[in-house]
Design a binder for this molecule. Structure first.
Ligand code: SF4
Length: 354
């Protein structure tokens, strides 16, 4: 362990001692959750400092109804569903996309929405529907493909849109029963939306927000900044990740998002419907294939009543408190999305903290 890391840990322990009460900090982003486990950071923190995992895994917060739509689309003879790989195993009400594929459904894992657009250009007789799941980080690349499809007259490419925005979810959490003393804000999302996006949260809820990178030392410095704000009774946005995140964010990406999408209410697993927390595709970019999902005879969305993903995503419980954790539910046999995704909290606990 380097002297810099040792000193950061000593500073964290000293600050926690000065605060002298339990402190609950939420890392919003699933990548931070994984980093905190992988580097052993959790085990090195003072007993009074708890890291909570938040709703920052896009696969985990996508509700069953969306998976059901995607499954129904994949079973249409004229349609191919293209998606990032981690969506394929997420259980829907009756089946996952993986199961649908085994039943003859057309489901293709892609590494980028551009790959899906290319597929549409190569197979004009098929409707290619890309699953638009992800936060502000993912949205610009998807927006670009929709604009490009429109510009070049590709009519068989569309996006089944479930994109979500992080600040409204943080606001909802602060209004709920989850006790949160400070946020470790997501580094990747912040590259797009900038530091200033969190200022209203600090002002309205008087909660400290610190944007951090993903190395262990980044997270330690972020935690220390949060603890110092608590000691000094401040609630501000601080940016530990200034090597990447600017105050205003990426203006080009923001403009592209505004051009292609409009804010809408969105359903989050565990958090319910959050006003203006989603993005809907604007005309003329909204091609017809995604609308077809709405015409399907879909099952009434239903989740396993024992799965506690909603409580995990709100920071109310940690995964071992779920009765299915590491028994009925495991990465090989996931019951809920938090066990499927590589950024899922249950998957992280299963891998590092059993
Ligand atoms: S352990 Fe499985 S069933 Fe329990 S909350 Fe996590 S994903 Fe859901």
């Amino acid at each position: 362990m380097s002297e810099t890391v040792k000193q950061a840990l000593r500073n964290i322990h000293a600050a926690a001692e000065e605060i002298n009460r339990p402190v609950r900090l939420m890392e919003v982003c699933g990548t931070h959750t994984m980093a905190a486990f992988r580097t052993g950071l959790r085990a090195l923190l003072p007993d009074t400092v708890t890291l909570l995992s938040g709703p920052g895994c896009p696969v985990c917060v996508t509700p069953n109804a969306y998976i059901d739509h995607a499954v129904a689309l994949s079973l249409r003879s004229d349609t191919v569903v293209a998606t990032f790989g981690d969506m394929v195993r997420v259980p829907g009400t009756e089946r996952s996309l993986e199961y649908a594929r085994a039943q003859g459904g057309s489901v293709v894992a892609v590494y980028s929405p551009l790959e899906a657009l290319r597929m549409a250009q190569q197979e004009p007789q098929k409707q290619i529907v890309f699953l638009g799941v992800g936060f502000e980080t993912t949205v610009p690349a998807v927006a670009w493909t929709l604009r490009e499809a429109h510009r070049s007259g590709v009519e068989n490419y569309s996006v089944l849109c479930a994109h979500k925005l992080i600040p409204p979810a943080m606001d909802t959490l602060l209004r709920s029963q989850a006790h949160i003393d400070g946020f470790i804000c997501p580094g990747h999302v912040s590259v797009i939306i900038g530091e200033q996006a969190y200022t209203p949260l600090c002002q309205q809820h008087y909660v400290p927000c610190v944007i951090t990178g993903f190395e262990a030392i980044d997270m330690m410095q972020g935690i220390l900044l949060l603890l110092r704000q608590l000691i000094e009774e401040r609630a501000e946005v601080e940016n530990q990740y200034s090597r990447t995140v600017t105050p205003q964010g990426n203006a080009v990406a923001q403009e592209l998002i505004d051009q292609v999408y409009t804010p809408c209410d969105a359903q989050w697993r565990g958090l319910g419907i959050i006003p203006a927390s989603g993005l809907a595709v604007r005309e003329p970019y909204y091609a017809d294939a995604a609308k077809l999902a709405l015409e399907e005879d879909l099952p009434q969305p239903r989740e396993n009543p024992l799965c506690r993903c909603g409580d995990v995503l709100r920071g109310i419980i940690s995964p071992p408190a779920c009765p299915l954790f590491a028994t009925a539910c495991s990465p090989l046999n996931p019951i809920g999305p938090c066990m499927v995704s590589s950024e899922g909290t249950c998957a992280a606990y299963y891998r590092y903290a059993r």
